[in-house]
Design a binder for this molecule. Structure first.
Ligand code: SAH
Length: 344
């Protein structure tokens, strides 16, 4: 699953088989969701046996599943080494979107997030990220239209595998998802943003901002001590000028912490004139964390203030609120033994 078409061709020819077999295998895996060589009926039996004994298709295993009344489905996948990651299927009126994890755990330490509580366990490979999408497509029987790299992990802390995943999934031989239908969310890894700007892919960048000044942001996002807001904004401006893509700023509203009118005005000043959009998220409360969700009237007031100063803003529709759909929640509950493995 980690190999792109070129690498698959190299593997196949190194086995002494004709190059075109790679495309056939690719079709089975990526377009038909077949992960067993023995089912690839247009490949000669002898070659299938050879593949079976030398390669694996490293497929993930669904170890838990939660369905929300709004159609959101959360999957807990078991990896080959027993670790677990979460992914979410989100049905929108414009199609099916899948939120994938990029790491097992996370080392960014954001104070409101469940994914980072146990630290970083390991990076996911491109194929493991990709497999989340392909498995959800197979499980749900629905064609995935867009991807958000917004599950557990910091994508730019696993840069090479994430970019490989993106290039693989947008390739016509694989899922052929348009780059514009892919969003990568970062907590503000400035070198990552700079590198990403140079990739020449039309992917949407999303920045988890959550605070309008350094003092506040330092308290909830340790990454800000390394890359303060001014350096982050400079990188974002460069990203916009290179790619001409609009950036999304995520802002989770935390009760009496970052949700006042003054803070909305400060955010407005920070973003004034930028090609951007603010996505307000009512905080998903995590048991282990003390931060509480702002009430709806404060969310609306914050939104109105931003609108008044001319910043494009939306309030994110809360999906899957009746299941553990927030980052890292399902994996933590499973680790604490609160979820019995199986297809629940
Ligand atoms: N590490 C990346 C991507 C994963 S987190 C990033 O930070 O962007 C995906 C998004 O969920 C981020 O915007 C993150 O700040 C947000 N998030 C994490 N925990 C949350 C919570 N409890 N409530 C609301 N949003 C949360």
């Amino acid at each position: 699953m980690d190999l792109n078409l070129q690498e698959t061709e190299q593997l196949i020819t190194s086995m002494g088989e004709p190059r075109f077999r790679a495309k056939q295998i690719f079709k089975w895996v990526h377009q038909k969701g077949i992960f067993r060589f023995e089912e690839m009926t247009d490949i000669p039996v002898v070659m299938r046996e050879k593949l079976e004994s030398t390669c694996t298709l490293g497929n993930l295993e669904v170890s838990a599943k939660q369905n929300s009344a709004d159609g959101t489905t959360k999957y807990l996948f078991k990896l080959y080494d027993g670790h677990a990651v979460e992914s979410v299927l989100l049905p929108h009126d414009y199609g099916i979107s899948v939120c994938v994890s990029s790491q097992v755990g996370c080392r960014m330490g954001c104070g409101f997030c469940a994914s980072t509580i146990g630290g970083l366990i390991r990076n996911l490979s491109a194929g493991e990220i990709y497999s989340q999408v392909i498995n959800i497509q197979k499980e749900s029987g629905k064609r995935v239209d867009s991807i958000v790299v917004m599950g557990s992990g910091e994508p730019f802390d696993n840069y090479d595998e994430v970019i490989k995943f993106i290039k693989l999934i947008i390739s016509p031989e694989a899922l052929n998802i348009g780059a514009r239908h892919i969003t990568v969310s970062t907590c503000g890894d400035v070198p990552g943003i700079k590198r990403f700007a140079g990739e020449g892919v039309q992917v949407t960048l999303s920045i988890s901002l959550h605070a309008s000044n350094d003092e506040l942001r330092n308290r909830i996002m340790p990454v800000n001590k390394r890359y303060p807001i001014a350096s982050l904004m400079a990188a974002c401006r460069d990203y916009i000028s290179v790619t001409n893509r609009r950036i999304t700023f995520e802002y989770a509203l935390i009760n009496n912490f970052n949700d006042s009118t003054e803070q909305a005005l400060e955010l407005g000043r920070l973003l004034k004139g930028m090609l951007c959009h603010v996505n307000l998220i009512p905080l998903n409360q995590v048991d282990e964390r003390e931060y509480r969700q702002s009430n709806l009237s404060r969310v609306r007031a914050f939104c109105n203030t931003l609108e008044k100063v001319g910043i494009p803003v939306t309030i994110r529709k809360e999906m899957g609120a009746d299941i553990d759909a927030a980052c890292g929640q399902l994996r933590r509950r499973a680790a604490k033994g609160e979820i019995t493995p199986g297809r629940g």
